[in-house]
Write a protein that binds this ligand. Structure first.
Ligand code: NDP
Ligand code: 7N6
Length: 308
């Protein structure tokens, strides 16, 4: 059966302006409508959404506007025979640049200067503190769209790049590629450990007490993946006890990060509010993915980014 409607679930407004997003489909040859939770679906309907809902299992095809689809029950989609697609492939530059900005700040100290600037204070750091990311080693865990974008950027800035993934195809920018069972070797001599893996049962708590103990004392963690990939209590302890030097975090176990989290007050922690993917054209990037898949669906081609 062909699609006759694209329903945009109102939850997309968690991250993109819903009117601009709907307008991005003006030239698309099927009807497009914004809907809420009262809507029911049939096989000629496509749904674009941020959150999962039971009702979507009756649709013809469901698109998750996030790259991370850990909130969706992929088994349920497989059992229902409803294809589920995600939005991977569009976050290389956005999330990549945020990760690089954390790393550059830790090395060149813009976060510390800004903090003193608010007090009109001409602060100078201890001689030993600043460094360059050039010639340092970064370990990038997960080498998909985002991991590869970070690896190539780090390589361009003169870093040595260790990459961790399950498959062993070479990845641009990566000097040393290792499999996840050698994670400890990969992180122990890295100045930066950057997480860009999906949140799955295997990746949950991938960095915890043992890993922080193993890491260099002058190492920084950058998490732009999902909060639970890092054991947050273990991270806080490691930071408070100077087992590692700092952390740049876009994602947290609980979001928004609770006001009483000790992470807010640590000098060498940079916090962004899960906005690594934000740009003023994000809705257009997501819409292009969906438009491409509408074309494929209508001509019986296999869907791009199919995850169930
Ligand atoms: P991709 O699917 O392109 O990449 C994921 C990579 O992780 C793959 O290279 C995969 O390679 C690797 N991987 C999977 N499991 C493991 C494992 N156990 N150990 C090591 N590597 C593993 O996804 P994206 O790059 O687009 O996004 C990655 C994640 O980042 C998303 O799942 C999402 O949670 C998060 N994200 C965060 C955003 C933000 O705003 N901060 C925005 C977008 C995404 P292989 O199969 O070879 O192991
Ligand atoms: C705002 C964040 C993702 O997985 O976490 C991101 O794509 C989404 C859409």
């Amino acid at each position: 059966e062909r699609l006759s409607q694209l329903y945009i679930h109102e939850s997309v407004s968690n991250v993109i302006p819903q009117d601009a997003f709907t307008s991005a489909f003006d030239e698309t040859p099927i009807e497009v409508e914004l809907v809420g939770d009262e809507k029911t679906y049939g096989k000629s309907d496509a749904v674009a959404t941020y959150v999962p809902r039971e009702a979507f299992l009756e649709a013809g095809w469901v698109h998750c506007i996030r790259a991370g689809y850990d909130a969706f029950d992929t088994n349920a989609y497989e059992e229902a025979g409803v294809p589920l697609t995600n939005s991977t492939g569009i976050h290389g530059s956005t999330v990549g640049e945020l990760a690089l900005s954390f790393m550059l700040s830790f090395a060149r100290l813009t976060h510390r200067y800004r903090e003193h600037q608010t007090q009109s204070h001409w602060w100078t750091p201890p001689y030993e503190r600043p460094f360059t990311i050039e010639n340092e080693r970064v370990c990038v865990v997960g080498l998909g769209t985002i991991g590869e974008a970070i690896a190539t950027r780090c390589d361009a800035l003169g870093m040595t790049v260790t990459g961790v993934r399950r498959s062993d195809d070479p990845v641009p920018g990566v000097t040393d590629l290792v499999s996840p069972n050698r994670l400890h070797e990969a992180i122990e001599d890295a100045r930066f450990v950057v997480l860009t893996v999906p949140h799955t049962p295997t990746t949950e708590g991938m960095l915890s007490d043992a890993e922080f103990e193993l890491m260099r004392e002058d190492a920084y963690v950058v998490n732009v993946a999902r909060g639970p990939v890092v054991d947050e209590d273990a991270l806080i302890t490691a930071l408070e006890e100077n087992e590692i030097a700092g952390a740049g975090l876009d994602v947290f176990e609980t979001e928004p990060l609770p006001e009483d989290s000790p992470l807010w007050d640590l000098d060498e922690v940079l916090i962004s509010p899960h906005k690594g993917s934000a740009t003023n054209r994000y809705h257009l990037d997501i819409a292009s993915l969906i438009k491409e898949n509408i074309r494929r669906y209508q001509s019986d081609d296999s869907l791009k980014n199919r995850v169930a």
